[in-house]
Design a protein around this ligand. Structure first.
Ligand code: KG4
Ligand code: ZN
Length: 336
């Protein structure tokens, strides 16, 4: 079965074709970063308009890559939420209309399920059951995963998501949007001994997170060291980025280890934009090795939003006969 996947929940248009026998056939991603950069964040209306411009051409490119035509598509999967409602509508309407015209099934995929399953596209995928840490711009969640569609929320952020905290710290340091990769890059030049930031909610039991206090701590540190131009000197900015990243990473590592112990599991999957963070991967690998556990993640381009994860998740839902009927339905807010 060949499944076309369409992702338009935020600021990337992702399209992919996944074959349940042969694996991923082709994928394309168009990032709107340039459209939103001058505003310092995603402008929903501009995002929707850009998805309208890009979705159909990208579908054609993916088909051309494989030497296939629309008639070779057996099902269409699209992100049905959570995300920006106008942006979601573009993918949902395109996907539904195409499926209807082709007479094939359509399936609306939960964006975070797409992220969660993205590591399955790698050569050595994790096996069920596992604990997943979903860390994106909108979510920070620990989930017990027993199989496709069998998800139990173990803990989540009570305020900002980890990616959102990275983006806000980047703004305080006058770095470009999206901030996560910029903070990570600057942190490489930082002295990890200079500042110590708090590791929120790690001194009490439970698997929830809170990153808003860390944001305030960062803001106060920036303010305490600022110069005439409103910013600390370059080295201090790098030291702050480093201290911030270490605090977020340590907090995530502590909670992941705790979740594995609580579930009595040895496999951790990390997914979502922040799972691209090199420091997080390194620290998780060494912490988990000590308890005989292993961490799995997707290749960099499949950590952030993409069409391949939606095609894959849709294919798994259809194989499990969990596809759905025709009404167009998107959900800007949706619990996993
Ligand atoms: O999964 P994603 O592409 O979109 C959402 O579903 O939100 O995640 C985007 C988030 C942004 O907050 C971005 O700053 C963060 O992931 N991010 C990173 C890194 N790459 C992306 N955060 C830290 N380190 C990175 N290398
Ligand atoms: Zn995402």
């Amino acid at each position: 079965m060949r499944v076309l996947g369409i992702e338009t929940s935020c600021d990337e248009t992702g399209v992919a074709l996944y074959d349940t026998d042969k694996g991923l056939l082709s994928h394309r991603l168009y990032s709107q970063i340039k459209v939103h950069a001058e505003y310092g964040g995603v402008v929903p209306e501009l995002a929707s308009r850009d998805h309208v411009r890009k979705t159909l051409p990208l579908i054609q490119e993916v088909l051309d890559d494989c030497g296939l035509s629309k008639g070779d598509i057996d099902a269409v999967a699209y992100t049905a939420g959570p995300g920006l409602v106008g942006a979601l509508m573009v993918g949902a309407c395109s996907g539904r209309a195409m499926a209807y015209a082709l007479g094939v099934p359509a399936v609306g995929v939960h964006h975070m399920e797409g992220h969660l399953l993205a590591p399955m596209l790698e050569d050595q995928p994790p096996e069920f059951p596992f604990v997943a840490l979903l860390v994106s711009g909108g979510h920070t969640q620990l989930v017990e995963v027993d199989g496709i569609g069998q998800y139990k929320l173990l803990g989540e952020s009570l305020d900002d998501a980890a990616g959102e905290a990275f983006d806000k710290a980047a703004k305080m340091l006058d770095l470009d949007y999206p901030g996560g990769p910029q903070v990570a890059k600057l942190a490489e030049q930082g002295d990890p001994e200079r500042f110590t930031f708090p590791r929120p909610m790690t001194d009490r039991p439970g698997l929830d997170f809170s990153f808003s206090g860390l944001k305030t701590f960062t803001l106060n540190t920036v303010a305490a060291h600022k110069q005439a131009d409103g910013l600390p000197d370059d080295q201090t900015c790098a030291d702050i980025a480093c201290a911030f990243q270490e605090a977020v990473v340590d907090t995530l590592v502590i909670k992941c280890r705790r979740a594995l112990q609580q579930c009595n599991m040895k496999t951790l999957v990390i997914a979502g934009g922040v799972s691209a963070n090199q420091r997080l991967r390194e620290k998780l690998e060494s912490a988990l090795a000590k308890i005989g556990a292993k961490v799995f993640y997707a290749r960099h381009e499949f950590c952030t939003d993409n069409g391949a994860m939606i095609a894959y998740a849709g294919a798994q839902r259809l194989l499990a006969e969990q596809g759905e009927a025709l009404p167009v339905h998107v959900k800007p807010r949706w619990n996993l």
